[in-house]
Design a binder for this molecule. Structure first.
Ligand code: NAP
Ligand code: GDD
Length: 326
């Protein structure tokens, strides 16, 4: 029997990599997409003949119930969220509705569908926030520092609550930052990679950034979607930290990215107050030993390879845009 998977957030970075992985494993992949006035299928355009898209929105419970009843998926991956931390300070209620209560809407729709479903929740290392121990593992207490982090913490606990209350196969991946050439342009890694490409190709002279001292445990998104799938193949649902177990600063990211194209980062990076946050997460570094032991999962892309992959991809993108304009 072909397994059926539903992905919310399929148009996002992770959704596109997860769809590729599940298709390669022979799944029938259904993606939930929300209505917008312009089509937003940049990351999944190449998959459109192989996946089924259904309309729905995490803000609308009826659409979720309808999808669950009509699609009867075996596995549900809840990746949809308002995922940009900076925006969550300006739009805290929308972030809570989507990133927190949206999880309950999906879980309730599954419960009402009266069908055996395995559920994955996209939890986040942002829940560790002002970290109380280093490195952070599944037993580290949470201390979120943004409306996004608070919303994700709600999503995390409601997943555990539905598992314990209704015996649902519901697992939560506490994923540390993961990046790729498909990362949204507002996130710092892609902003730097794209900025480096534009400077190298003569279109810009500077990148304006905020806190260069922030440290993150950055992995490759293509590796991380495999951990999501592995969690749902386990007999018992559980929660796992997924990380590289290495940390690097934004400044180091700049050094490697500019260095890759033979430029000095400090000649081009300008500090801009607009990109500082009201409360910052200074340091994240994971301990993924439980995922290694139980899931057999390991990050495979070193930091320098990730940075250079992203810069190379943006050099190609920017050069292509220049050719199209010529
Ligand atoms: P992303 O690129 O920002 O994608 C977010 C997805 O959510 C998009 O498909 C977006 O659709 C969809 N979405 C937003 N609001 C929605 C709504 N109301 N109803 C339905 N769909 C909605 O995020 P990502 O990097 O792929 O991350 C995937 C998930 O993992 C997110 O939940 C994120 O918070 C979490 N996470 C990410 C990381 C990371 O480092 N990437 C780490 C930990 C956890 P549109 O295309 O229509 O906007
Ligand atoms: N975006 C951005 N833009 N961040 C900047 C900038 C800038 O110009 N300058 C410095 N930073 C710093 C931020 O202050 C933060 O400390 C760090 O770079 C990373 O910022 P983001 O790339 O926006 O990611 P994030 O860590 O806040 O959140 C991402 O990772 C979480 C997992 O820990 C997102 O993908 C979240 O959805 C995810 O849950």
């Amino acid at each position: 029997m072909t397994k059926r998977a539903l992905i919310t957030g399929i148009t996002g970075q992770d959704g596109s990599y997860l769809a590729e992985l599940l298709l390669a494993k022979g799944y029938h992949v259904v993606g939930m997409v929300r209505r917008s006035s312009t089509v937003n299928f940049e990351r999944i355009g190449h998959l459109q003949d192989d996946i089924e898209l259904v309309p729905g929105d995490l803000l609308d419970e009826v659409s979720m119930i309808q999808i669950m009843r009509s699609q009867r998926p075996d596995e549900v991956y809840n990746l949809a969220a308002q995922s940009f931390v900076q925006t969550s300070f300006g739009q805290p209620v929308l972030t809570g509705e989507t990133t927190a209560l949206g999880v309950t809407r999906v879980l309730d729709a599954i419960r009402l569908s009266d069908h055996e479903v395995r559920f994955y929740q996209a939890s986040s290392s942002e829940m560790f926030g002002k970290v109380v121990e280093v490195p952070q593992s599944e037993s580290t207490p949470f201390y979120p520092r943004s409306p996004y982090g608070v919303a994700k913490l709600y999503g995390h606990w409601i997943t555990i609550n539905y598992r314990e209350s209704y015996g649902m196969h519901a697992s939560s991946g506490i994923l540390f930052n993961h990046e790729s050439p498909r990362r949204g342009l507002e996130f710092v890694t892609r902003k730097i990679a794209n900025g480096v490409a534009r400077i190298k190709l003569g279109l810009d002279t500077e990148i304006r950034l905020g806190n260069l001292d922030a440290q993150r445990d950055w992995g490759f998104a293509g590796d991380y979607v495999d951990a999501m799938w592995r969690m749902l193949q386990c007999d018992e649902p559980s929660d796992y930290v997924v990380s590289t177990d290495e940390t690097h600063s934004v400044r180091e990211f700049c050094e490697v990215a500019f260095g890759h194209v033979g430029l000095e980062w400090s000649d081009h990076v300008v500090i801009d107050e607009r990109f500082f946050r009201p409360a910052e997460v200074e340091l994240l570094v994971g301990d993924a030993s439980r995922a290694r032991e139980i899931l057999g999962w390991q990050a495979t892309t070193p930091f320098v390879d990730l940075v250079t992959m992203m810069v190379e991809a943006d050099l190609d993108n920017v050069a292509r845009q220049q050719r199209n304009l010529a």
